[in-house]
Design a protein around this ligand. Structure first.
Ligand SMILES: Cc1cc2nc3c(=O)[nH]c(=O)nc-3n(C[C@H](O)[C@H](O)[C@H](O)COP(=O)(O)OP(=O)(O)OC[C@H]3O[C@@H](n4cnc5c(N)ncnc54)[C@H](O)[C@@H]3O)c2cc1C
Length: 565
């Protein structure tokens, strides 16, 4: 059996290695247009920032490793330009010489990835404008930074009065994870960084109120955000610098521009071969990663996948799913019945020492789908036992089905151990767990790692309290008609308070019940929701109509106050 794999990075390389492990006899040819196979594109922003100093560190396995360890015929600088499904052949072009050869296949695997979106804007090809997708891209950015613009390098080298290198300006177009990671790394390299984002928030997969927290954090670390503004074009400016023009009419001077407007599935070959393209513009595959042609498989960023939670077709450009899909395609080619379960978009980004991570459906996705069978909670547990040094709060939003408690999605932000909470919740979602399962989850605990009630358990307990009716909640956006009762201490109100709220500290509540109305819904507030929960329990048992305002003052104003805690 002869198998040709197009694309030699995440999906393609894992497919080749797995196939060889399963089938010693298969003839495997992996072609890659670029100069490297199996490189770590996820590390590229950190190479730009010099955190990963050596380019060689990004090369996970080179062509020789594939040849010697896996007996895979690897051809780099080799582009697949045409598939003839009837003849079962692929035309390959040597990128350096232009020579075209034809290879036949029994099975073909496409893993061409998703190139960066590059709109045909005026000036987009000017020097100084870069993408971050490949090793040569990162190298070009590093060379540009080292060289500086003519003006800046001149000043830098001038040995008279000018001794400090002037601040250089970078404009990053796009506030997704590649844009933000690169922006952070440019800050570390001394740039004054502006991120221009067309949407009204950064990190589009998360909900806006959670994105606000991240926005506040990155702004405090030196990134300027220009939201609700799209890029309109680029102009050459004096001294070899650039001007970025936006749709709102603003202009930003820049010594370097990074394009990070998102990616689009590479379907060129698939379309030429007449393969079915799905509604989201990716190659349509079945759960075995088979395209509409039974002898052609497709994996990675180029394919559409079923969203594991919503069941919708979606485009999820992440390394984990690409690797798993490559492995599954290899299994199926080798005769195994492996299936891809779908993807839930579990993602993480580190920014200036903090972490944002998420998994499953966001609230805005559920709203877009018209799904009303969900509830959400906000909680702010410590990352580990508060008495052990270094505990930091984690802002968590957990979304679950109202009807049966099934976990639908989670988003978390914080400076300590956010990843393990979202990883645990991601696994729970994949296993079809409910919030009641989270209550029961047995997780690692010692004070430096977590709490006897881990944030994951805690999320389950809060959500289950809501569903069992032990803690009715209301959200701030529907709080206007209730009687607001603030159970914090008076000194806390000096920091932040909700207009119109009556203050009865929790410790005085039982003695002052007579001050509360019995004919109105009482909405109880504290800082994070915990004391309000205790107060709500008191009030409910005393016959009041009480509800906890979910997440307390932190969920009302948390963009401004969360990180100060
Ligand atoms: C800067 C950056 C940071 C990232 N960070 C993360 C992260 O932190 N976490 C995460 O989960 N994901 C991250 N990703 C996404 C992740 O890298 C991708 O999801 C993953 O690499 C997709 O694998 P793939 O095999 O589909 O495509 P790719 O890895 O992009 O590989 C496709 C390859 O196919 C080659 N190719 C295309 N067409 C042809 C052709 N006709 N002939 C020959 N070769 C061809 C291309 O040259 C390319 O090298 C990041 C991506 C980038 C660019």
């Amino acid at each position: 059996m002869k198998v040709i794999i197009v694309g030699g990075v995440a999906g393609g390389a894992s497919c080749a290695a797995r196939l060889r492990r399963l089938d010693e006899k298969a003839e495997i040819l992996m072609v890659e247009r670029g100069p490297y196979v199996s490189y770590a594109n996820c590390g590229l922003p950190y190479h730009v920032g010099d955190v990963i100093e050596k380019e060689a560190s990004l090369l996970v396995a080179d062509a020789n490793t594939f040849r010697s360890q896996f007996a895979v015929d690897v051809r780099t600088g080799c582009e697949a330009i045409k598939i003839s499904p009837d003849k079962k052949t692929v035309e390959l072009r040597n990128v350096a010489t232009g020579e075209v050869t034809t290879e036949s296949y029994d099975k073909l695997v496409l893993s061409p990835g998703a190139p960066s979106i590059r709109p045909p804007l005026p000036g987009i090809d000017l020097p100084g404008i870069f993408e971050v997708r490949t090793v040569p891209d990162a190298r070009a950015i590093r060379e540009w930074i080292e060289r500086g613009s003519l003006f800046l390098s001149g000043m830098h080298k001038y040995s008279g009065f000018q001794t400090v290198r002037p601040k250089t300006r970078a404009v990053v177009i796009g506030g997704g994870f590649i844009g933000l990671e690169t922006a952070e790394n440019l800050v570390h390299r001394g740039f004054d960084v502006t991120v221009v984002e067309m949407g009204d928030q950064i990190l589009a997969p998360i909900d806006p109120e959670m994105a606000r927290i991240v926005e506040g954090y990155v702004e405090r670390h030196g990134i300027r955000l220009a939201l609700n503004d799209g890029v309109a074009g680029f102009e050459k400016a004096a001294n070899d610098t650039l001007t970025v023009l936006t749709k709102s009419g603003k202009s930003y001077p820049a010594d370097i521009v990074i394009l990070a407007l998102g990616v689009r599935p590479d379907t060129t070959l698939a379309k030429m071969a007449g393969l079915k393209i799905g509604e989201r513009g990716g190659i349509r595959v079945d759960e075995h990663m088979r395209t509409s042609n039974p002898d052609i498989f497709a994996v990675g960023d180029a394919v559409e996948v079923k969203d594991f939670v919503t069941g919708e077709w979606s485009l999820i450009a992440l390394a984990g799913p690409a690797n798993r899909q490559g492995r599954i395609a290899a299994d199926v080619i080798a005769g195994r019945d492996s299936r891809f379960r779908g993807s839930q978009g579990t993602s993480i980004i580190g920014l200036f020492g903090a972490t944002a991570a998420w998994t499953g459906a966001s609230e805005k996705t559920l709203k877009r789908m018209g799904n009303k069978d969900y509830e959400k909670i906000y909680l702010y547990p410590n990352s580990h036992a508060g008495y052990y040094p270094g505990a930091r709060p984690i802002a968590m939003k957990v979304i679950f089905r109202k009807s049966d408690g099934r976990l639908l999605g989670a988003q978390a932000l914080g400076e300590d151990n956010v990843d393990k909470r979202i990883s645990a919740l991601a696994m729970a979602i994949q296993m079809g767990a409910t919030v009641y399962d989270l209550e029961e989850a047995e997780l690692c605990y010692a004070p430096q790692f977590g709490s006897a009630k881990d944030p994951v358990n805690f999320a389950g307990m809060v959500a289950a309290d809501v569903l069992r009716g032990d803690m009715p909640i209301r959200h701030w956006d529907s709080a206007e008609k209730g009687f607001l009762l603030d159970v914090r201490e008076p000194m806390e109100l000096a920091v932040e308070s909700a207009p119109g709220a009556v203050n009865i500290p929790l410790g005085q509540l039982r003695a002052r019940l007579g001050e509360l109305p019995r004919d109105r819904e009482i909405l109880v507030i504290c800082r994070s929701g915990q004391r309000a929960y205790y107060a709500t329990r008191v009030l409910l048992q005393k016959g009041f109509k009480a509800r906890n305002l979910a997440g307390g003052m932190l969920s009302r104003t948390h963009a401004a106050t969360f990180w100060e805690s």
